[in-house]
Ligand binder design. Structure first.
Ligand SMILES: *[C@@H]1O[C@H](CO)[C@@H](O)[C@H](O)[C@H]1NC(C)=O
Ligand SMILES: *[C@@H]1O[C@H](CO)[C@@H](O)[C@H](O)[C@H]1NC(C)=O
Ligand SMILES: *[C@@H]1O[C@H](CO)[C@@H](O)[C@H](O)[C@H]1NC(C)=O
Ligand SMILES: *[C@@H]1O[C@H](CO)[C@@H](O)[C@H](O)[C@H]1NC(C)=O
Length: 525
């Protein structure tokens, strides 16, 4: 058999490249609907897949789509565009609806990723093969380093109670073999603060006289790509998902979603941390979380390290985020939700004929619903509703089980509280009904807007009864430390509105038709 030499060469390239390129392709583990977006921004992988007979993703390649932050990404090809109903007049300027949507997109959607990518600056430049590197966005809110060296001689993890010590490294204890631009780096120190930037950790970054890994200067070398995390909180869903969404956004900045990565918990106190949502880490890494104290006294080198966006950045996501009013639905939060659910194997089983309603019952002292039974039976008497009550208490129900219930709820009802962060995991046609916002009107309304689900809350103050205001030991008298009773008729009015919205939602209808359609075929057989 004769073959032109070009073909032979190609064959050799394919054979040689398949172990490196096809291997990760088999393990992409992305939701099916994300694959066209992944391949349209990973040209080398797309080409490799096209040339590989075994590649299972061929049908997803070459689609004219983009997440939104890529060069030359047209708006009409984006994963999702926000919907705005009112033009913004704030911030001293009148905007058109389209400008308002652009604002929202940059504040909270892939536009945020786009802006960070524009800011990316080389801080330490490799001079030859095998050198180190450091690049950061403005205010050192995100950085990526290669072949980085960190000497934890001063960690002293047994003795310190400060989670984010700022004097960890002396000169020469962190850096790499590369050409440093010290003024560029020091210009980005203005957000130096534990959960706002990585400046405290990186300000001592220096150009080392040796190549750390090549010259064998490390006690430990991490070959796997590694994310360093500074956490907001592991025990409050609202705050913890701020950690996760920023990690996911950071993966978009770096363009990598592999689970074959390390996650290091950057905590200089050496204390453990409580995490009641820890199953969520499985969406990001196949391995257990590594605590920083494991490197106490050691010289650590990492071949590829990402310092991700942090949960309390100024104008960051989503804590402290000023969100332009009147807009809803970001591609970023929708993709995040789908990504996490996919990786935790949680599927949508509906929609059903009935509207699936989940009432969150609290076993806490405050913000309980005084007449919960009455509200439940009012809903149960309505034939188009399928009603259940759950207590999202981690001691009673594992977090993945909770997510499964949420993803399979069309309407989620609950009192103000971190549990409403579950609205991130409602289906696209879902509704969050925050029974009472306890004088904190923006928090979960904004979260629902980010996710693009409809939001309702109590409207008529006079139709609520409450126990006397609780006096919390540290906060004092506050609307959050009270229990409430709700007028059942007014409650049902809002529930009916929500059910109408759900049953009229184009995606709910389309999915139901599809399910009815396949059901019919099934009975005909
Ligand atoms: C522990 O930390 C404190 C405060 O930083 C310091 O004063 C003390 O000397 C340290 N103890 C030891 C044994 O290093
Ligand atoms: C960042 O992206 C590069 C590919 O551009 C990849 O090789 C690397 O592993 C990624 N880093 C992390 C920490 O995921
Ligand atoms: C999801 O399912 C896959 C395949 O069945 C399995 O390998 C994986 O461990 C599961 N993931 C989780 C988080 O349960
Ligand atoms: C699907 O079928 C059920 C009953 O089998 C019906 O109640 C429902 O309206 C149908 N949905 C659509 C969208 O046709």
């Amino acid at each position: 058999m004769s073959m032109p030499s070009g073909g032979l060469l190609l064959l050799v390239i394919i054979l040689q490249s398949s172990p490196q390129v096809t291997q990760p392709l088999q393990h992409l583990n992305l939701p099916e609907s994300h694959l066209p977006y992944f391949f349209s921004s990973h040209h080398a992988l797309a080409r490799a897949c096209e040339q590989d007979d075994e590649c299972p993703y061929k049908e997803y390649i070459g689609k004219k789509v983009c997440w939104g932050y890529e060069k030359n990404c047209k708006k009409k090809n984006r994963f999702l565009n926000p919907t705005c109903t009112i033009a913004n007049t704030g911030w001293g300027k009148a905007h058109t609806i389209e400008e308002t949507a652009d604002l929202f997109w940059k504040e909270a959607d892939y536009g945020y990723v786009w802006e960070r990518l524009q800011e990316m600056t080389v801080m330490c430049k490799p001079q030859r093969e095998g050198d180190s590197s450091l690049s950061c966005v403005k205010h050192t809110r995100y950085c990526r380093a290669t072949n980085i060296y960190m000497d934890f001689a001063n960690l002293d993890s047994d003795n310190n109670s400060n989670r984010y010590r700022e004097n960890l490294f002396n000169a020469g204890q962190i850096g790499g073999h590369c050409k440093l631009y010290p003024r560029r780096l020091s210009a980005e120190g203005d957000h130096k603060s534990a959960l706002q930037s990585w400046y405290a950790e990186l300000e001592m970054f220096s150009s080392l006289p040796f190549r750390p890994i090549h010259d064998d200067k490390c006690d430990i070398v991490l070959d796997k790509p590694t994310y360093l995390m500074k956490l907001d909180a592991g025990v409050n869903m609202y705050h913890h998902f701020c950690d996760y969404i920023n990690l996911y956004a950071s993966q978009h900045i770096n363009g990598s979603f592999s689970q074959d990565v390390n996650i290091i918990m950057w905590d200089t106190s050496g204390l453990g941390y409580g995490d009641i949502f820890s199953d969520t880490w499985k969406a990001f890494s196949d391995y257990p979380i590594i605590h920083l104290k494991e490197y106490d006294g050691k010289k650590l080198c990492i071949r590829d390290a990402v310092f991700p966006l942090l949960p309390r950045m100024q104008y960051g996501m989503y804590y402290n985020m000023p969100l332009v009013p009147g807009c809803s639905g970001t591609g970023l939060y929708k993709a995040f939700s789908e990504h996490v659910l996919h990786r935790l194997n949680i599927t949508q089983q509906g929609p059903l004929d009935k509207v699936r309603v989940t009432l969150l019952s609290r076993s806490t002292k405050w913000r309980r619903i005084l007449n919960e039974e009455e509200l439940l039976s009012a809903m149960k008497s309505e034939s188009r509703l399928e009603v259940r009550r759950v207590d999202y208490n981690w001691k009673k129900m594992s977090f993945p089980e909770q997510l499964k219930v949420t993803q399979n709820s069309d309407l989620l009802i609950g009192m103000h509280g971190a549990g409403l962060t579950h609205s991130l995991f409602l289906p696209d046609w879902g509704v969050l009904f925050e029974l009472y916002n306890c004088e904190d009107p923006r928090c979960y309304k904004d979260l629902a807007r980010l996710r693009g689900v409809k939001y309702y809350t109590w409207e008529k103050q006079e139709k609520i009864t409450q126990t006397e205001k609780g006096s919390h030991p540290s906060v004092g008298e506050h609307a959050k430390f009270v229990n409430y009773g709700f007028d059942p008729a007014e409650f049902m009015r809002i529930v009916q509105n929500a059910a109408d919205y759900i049953q009229g939602h184009p995606q709910f209808v389309a999915k139901q038709n599809k399910m009815n359609g396949s059901g019919d075929r099934h009975t005909e057989l």
